[in-house]
Write a protein of this length. Structure first.
Length: 74
């Protein structure tokens, strides 16, 4: 998880959401991740990791596996 956060920071992103995005959208994405299976190790229950560039409000989100560390962009 630290590697993903560091990579995103190097690209100008920080954990969070754009100001314009609806809260309900985040809840849906987080719930989907919670019920998802890791493509790498088949662990059930991924962590939703949203990132925002505060300057441009560009948004990127990832599912992160707490078991093997695999991250997939949503």
């Amino acid at each position: 998880m630290k590697d993903l956060i560091a990579k995103m920071a190097r690209e100008g992103y920080e954990p969070g959401f754009p100001d314009s995005m609806e809260t309900a959208n985040h809840a849906i994405d987080a719930e989907l991740c919670t019920n998802s299976i890791c493509e790498n190790c088949n662990h059930v229950g991924l962590i939703y990791m949203p990132f925002v560039d505060q300057t441009s409000q560009d948004f990127r989100a990832f599912s992160f596996c707490p078991e093997c560390g695999n991250a997939e962009e949503l």
